[in-house]
Design a protein around this ligand. Structure first.
Ligand SMILES: *[C@@H]1O[C@H](CO)[C@@H](O)[C@H](O)[C@H]1NC(C)=O
Ligand SMILES: *[C@@H]1O[C@H](CO)[C@@H](O)[C@H](O)[C@H]1NC(C)=O
Length: 444
């Protein structure tokens, strides 16, 4: 998959040696195949100018498979932008969130590509538009891995994973300095960030980058000593770097973690241990799983794909984990083989589980590639959130704006537009205002 076209060559130093790969996992197939191909994060295409930079690298030692020590020193220099402003930390308050010292319903969006921008002006444009819209939270990828620094396909990468080790990219132009700027701009604009620390998919590296470097598989990743050691090193790096910032709304373990055909206990156990680990590093921020909200519970739904546990996720069990502050769920009916009214059921079902658990539940991604009908399709889902549930917030996939110096958009994008009746004015502006004005719905 190709996001962008040309990049400078980054030279980093070999700093550690890794032992060889571990074996493949055993899995059991217990559920039917999905009715449609799994969702992938949309591809993007753009051209950008060639960029060469000198690079700094960070020493990270991967421990051997027989060692228990997981944590290495954080070796990137401190951020050059100032961090730590922007008000109190976000917290849960019953089934809602307290942000900016107010317990409120609100709306948000997704802008995964913010951490791939190399222009500060672009980042500023996006945050000022989000703030104008009163979108309080946006989701941005807090990861970007490559297996080879000399051929990396994305503008910015934050670590290299290969057979000789794990190397953080401290470069201000195409490394962690870019994420530093996103966090500082979020603070300045009063917008909060949901930051996943891993991708299930290969977009920006993700689990496939760990499997390629360290020999685990997409299912053994969750229990493999070396892959978990490297992942936890990365979690430690990012969480420690930004834990002072109230602009972080929450840490997410991953974007859409799946362990297809695995027992759901694999991801539940992993989520318990990693969320507890993050809380030990940073007790001030919320932690969520970042999953699609698949059910695997008798009595919920009709047993079809989304309710079958096929992807190895059990929303009810995971919401019971004490170190996860809230639940997330996503919805792509046209990719999952459902019709366009089914999302209303899906929303109500997750809200009901949240009510039983007494935790906030977030409708974190929803969208359609049907560009002609974004408003027609998505407005009823937003109405269900508003009128029939106490879903704490919802965030559509995805925010778009033009022009930026790159184009990471796709047919899901709802482009910033203040024209009355436009998709953005209805699904963005009007919905955000309606969520802010919303009161709790009785008995939900
Ligand atoms: C791994 O990546 C580092 C950093 O880019 C590089 O110095 C090293 O040569 C790479 N190792 C291999 C085996 O390619
Ligand atoms: C849409 O799907 C739901 C659940 O699968 C079903 O109950 C409903 O009848 C369907 N609606 C239409 C219009 O087909």
């Amino acid at each position: 998959m190709q996001f962008f076209t040309s990049f400078g060559i980054i030279s980093l130093t070999i700093l550690s040696e890794l032992p060889s790969a571990l074996g493949a996992p055993t899995t059991t197939c217990k559920t039917p195949k999905p009715r449609s191909t799994p969702k992938h994060i949309p591809k993007a295409s753009a051209t950008r100018t060639k960029h060469t930079s000198s690079s700094t690298s960070a020493k990270v030692t991967i421990t051997s498979a027989t060692s228990n020590a997981l944590i290495s020193p954080i070796a990137c220099p401190a951020p050059t932008v100032s961090l730590g402003g922007g008000g109190p930390f976000a917290t849960t308050q019953g089934r809602m969130f307290n942000i900016q010292s107010q317990t409120q319903f609100f709306a948000g969006t997704n802008t995964w590509w913010l951490s791939q921008l190399q222009s500060n002006a672009d980042v500023d444009t996006v945050f000022s538009q989000l703030a104008l819209t009163q979108l309080k939270v946006t989701r941005v990828w807090g990861f970007s891995e490559t297996n080879d620094a000399s051929t990396h396909q994305n503008p910015n990468y934050f670590q290299v994973l290969n057979s000789t080790g794990q190397y953080f990219n401290c470069d201000p132009e195409n490394g962690i300095g870019r994420l530093d700027y996103v966090v500082s701009a979020a603070e300045a604009n009063g917008v909060k960030l949901v930051m996943p620390l891993l991708n299930n998919y290969g977009d920006l590296g993700g689990i496939p980058a760990y499997t390629a470097a360290f020999g685990c598989s997409s299912t053994s990743f969750y229990t493999d000593t070396q892959c978990q050691s490297a992942y936890q090193n990365y979690v430690n790096f990012i969480v420690n770097r930004y834990k002072v910032s109230p602009a972080i709304f929450s840490w997410e373990l991953a974007n859409e973690p799946r362990c297809s055909t695995c027992p759901t206990s694999v991801i539940t156990n992993w989520a318990s241990s990693i969320s507890a680990y993050i809380k030990s590093l940073d007790p001030n921020h919320m932690v969520a799983l970042g999953d699609e909200g698949w059910f695997s519970t008798a009595g919920i739904g009709d047993g079809s794909y989304a309710y079958s546990g096929y992807e190895g996720v059990d929303f009810v069990q995971n919401l019971a984990i004490s170190t996860l502050d809230y639940g997330t769920f996503h919805c792509y009916p046209d990719q999952w083989g459902y019709n366009n009214t089914w999302p209303n059921e899906w929303i109500v079902q997750h809200n009901a589980v949240g009510k039983t658990a007494g935790k906030p539940v977030v409708f974190e991604e929803y969208g359609s590639t049907n560009t002609a009908n974004h408003q027609l399709l998505m407005t009823p889902w937003q109405q269900t959130v508003l009128e029939d549930t106490n879903i704490a917030y919802d965030s559509f996939w995805q925010f778009g704006t033009q022009p930026l110096s790159i184009n990471p958009f796709d047919n899901y994008a709802i482009y910033y537009d203040t024209t009355a009746g436009s998709d953005y004015q209805v699904l963005g502006y009007q919905h955000a205002a309606a969520m802010l004005a919303k009161s709790s719905v009785a008995d939900q």
